[in-house]
Ligand binder design. Structure first.
Ligand SMILES: Nc1ncnc2c1ncn2[C@@H]1O[C@H](COP(=O)(O)OP(=O)(O)OP(=O)(O)O)[C@@H](O)[C@H]1O
Length: 585
């Protein structure tokens, strides 16, 4: 059990018990919502949150991007919860064209949506979750500078305001609110309310994960919470990266616990707010010192593990890979259980210079939600979208010439999200367009879902329908024993899967297949970036007369080679996992 420091005696007086004076420095909060003048928040009116909700938030172009005359590549259709990314590309003959990618999420917030609106639409239901004895977890995911901290920092205050409001109602008395803040940096845990003390994570006798010695503060008003948040933000590790001078390299976690005031102070509900480290950190080709690379590897590992855990939870998988990283290990308790609710906020930058990172963020978010089980409300709305058919892209490829920038081959299907997860049309394979060029430019509307059972449940189908021209898929298909390929063909595209066990197996194979494809795509992106960087490196060397530059050349080449090795190793791991699953399945 964590130490509890009662900071607050009544609304105005602080009892400083071994807590930094920094908490006293901020001025009191003016007119904070949730104070007594606010109308009561009625618990009964807060809807139950869905188990997993993935939303996207776009920030506006900033001053520097406007000065550089960067274009806004993101188009939001909030009413349809759709987001379109118009990626500028060039063909080998240097003809520019737009590559349009389409996604659908549970909610899409454009640059005009403010923090209050976001809170009310996406986060407030979690307050109900906590009072009903559940656990809520909110993540902000995205590239450095995409708005994670901007989005996350007001949420605890708004949430606490509602919590205090409800606690002030006689029917919800006898509870107190406790806060703790910590950071995971390089796989280690640091207490942000206790001088960055290094903490150990252990399992107790009841197999509950405990962050041993984590300082927890009981709070009675928003002013103290604000001071604690300011203090923890200042204590958070920041450092400079190639992309952003103030980039966060750590995951920061703020936890609320609603406890009974009477002994033994049983915990009723929990809420966690997690501002994740910049998602691009593992692939930042400009940062090549060992420390930064190690940090990047750790961040990559934890973000991958996080995605895997959420996916496994959504699929009710028996094994959830919590041990994959420190982040998922410490969050295990918040994730599991019938009353656990998760909101993933994918933050995206609109500028053309961030296009590839934005695409990666959207794909990550898409993967988190894409295996939603049929029958859930969200799946139903996705099915509806499929039935209606994907919207025609406003801008399509103008030139059939070979493309220089290959990584987005998958996303050239006009409506990635609609065509892949629910009723993947027969002319797409793992999201890759197959067959005629027409399918690539504007796929025909998919047949109604009722008539086309989820192709995702038929892993073999993908290989059976692989186009002869698609080398990657041909090679993938050839990995499998002949019998299984025949079986795959026999399954066909429309036959229903009747056995529940087979369904479960199929969906895990499907997930592994998609992971492999995603990893492969990512690997290609990295290779392309790496080739560019290597050519620049050589050009710089050729262009310089000073012999001293060879040192820099060696250092940077060494960094690039290490990155290539890491990318290759990750792809090999995915391939191995998939092959194993296929063999044993
Ligand atoms: N929706 C928004 N509206 C207005 N400004 C925003 C919005 N989102 C972000 N910003 C601004 O963009 C800048 C970068 O945002 P922020 O620091 O939140 O990014 P981040 O993703 O947390 O970056 P890092 O990973 O480096 O911490 C900040 O100046 C912030 O005020």
């Amino acid at each position: 059990m964590s130490d509890v420091f009662n900071l607050v005696d009544d609304e105005d007086e602080f009892l400083l018990q071994d807590v930094d004076h920094a908490f006293m420095l901020s001025p009191p909060l003016p007119n904070v919502p949730g104070t007594t003048s606010e109308p009561p928040v009625l618990l009964a009116t807060l809807p139950d949150a869905p188990k997993i909700r993935v939303i996207v938030r776009k920030r506006p172009l900033n001053k520097k991007e406007l000065e550089r005359a960067e274009s806004d590549v993101l188009e939001c259709d909030a009413a349809a919860s759709c987001l379109y990314l118009n990626a500028p590309r060039v063909t080998v003959d240097l003809t520019p064209y737009i590559d349009r990618h389409s996604f659908r999420f549970d909610d899409v917030f454009d640059e005009h949506v403010d923090n209050d609106q976001l809170y009310e639409r996406a986060i407030q239901p979690l307050v109900g979750t906590a009072f009903r004895g559940g656990k809520g977890t909110v993540f902000a995911y995205g590239q450095t500078g995409s708005g994670k901290t901007f989005t996350m920092s007001p949420l605890p205050l708004r949430t606490a305001a509602d919590i205090f409001n409800i606690m002030a109602q006689p029917s919800h008395g006898g509870l107190s609110l406790h806060v703790s803040c910590y950071e995971i940096y390089g796989g280690k845990v640091f207490d942000l309310l206790n001088g960055r003390a290094k903490l150990e994570v252990r399992e107790d006798g009841r197999r509950q994960v405990q962050v041993v010695g984590l300082r927890e503060v009981a709070i009675g008003c928003l002013t103290v919470l604000q001071q604690l948040c300011d203090h923890s933000a200042a204590a958070r590790s920041t450092g400079s990266t190639g992309a952003n001078d103030e980039s966060s390299r750590s995951h920061s976690i703020l936890c609320f616990a609603l406890r009974a005031t009477s002994e033994p102070q049983k915990t009723l509900g929990k809420l966690s707010f997690i501002d994740l480290a910049g998602s691009e950190r593992g692939a930042d080709t400009y940062d090549n010192d060992k420390q930064t690379r190690l940090e990047g590897a750790e961040i990559n590992k934890s973000l991958l593990a996080l995605k895997e855990c959420i996916r496994a939870l959504d699929a009710d998988a028996r094994h959830i890979p919590f041990r994959g990283s420190k982040l998922t290990e410490v969050l295990r308790d918040s994730f599991v259980g019938k009353n656990a609710r998760t909101v993933m906020i994918a933050n995206v930058s609109p500028n053309s210079g961030s296009c590839e990172h934005t695409l990666n963020t959207l794909r990550y978010a898409d993967r988190v939600k894409e295996i939603r089980k049929p029958g859930s409300a969200d799946t139903a709305s996705r099915e509806q979208l499929v039935q209606q058919g994907p919207p025609q892209p406003a801008v399509v490829r103008q030139q059939p010439a070979p493309v220089v920038d290959v990584p987005t081959a998958n996303a050239r299907t006009s409506f990635v999200d609609a065509s892949r997860p629910i009723a993947r049309p027969a002319n797409t394979v793992g999201g890759f367009p197959v067959g005629s060029a027409a399918a690539t430019e504007a796929p025909a509307p998919a047949a109604p879902v009722a008539a086309v059972p989820s192709v995702r449940q038929q892993p073999a189908t993908h290989f059976a329908s692989a186009p002869t021209g698609n080398a990657t898929r041909r090679q993938t298909a050839s990995m499998f024993p002949e019998g299984q390929q025949e079986q795959a063909q026999a399954v066909g595209t429309t036959s229903a899967v009747t056995s529940a066990g087979r369904n479960e197996l199929s969906s895990s194979i499907m997930a592994a297949e998609d992971d492999l494809i995603t990893a492969h795509r990512h690997h290609i992106e990295e290779c392309m970036g790496s080739v560019r960087d290597e050519m620049n490196l050589l050009a710089n060397l050729d262009g310089s007369s000073a012999g001293g530059d060879i040192e820099r050349y060696c250092r940077e080449l060494s960094g690039l080679l290490a990155q290539k090795q890491a990318s290759l190793a990750q792809l090999q791991l995915r391939l191995h996992t998939f092959q194993e699953l296929w063999r044993t399945g």
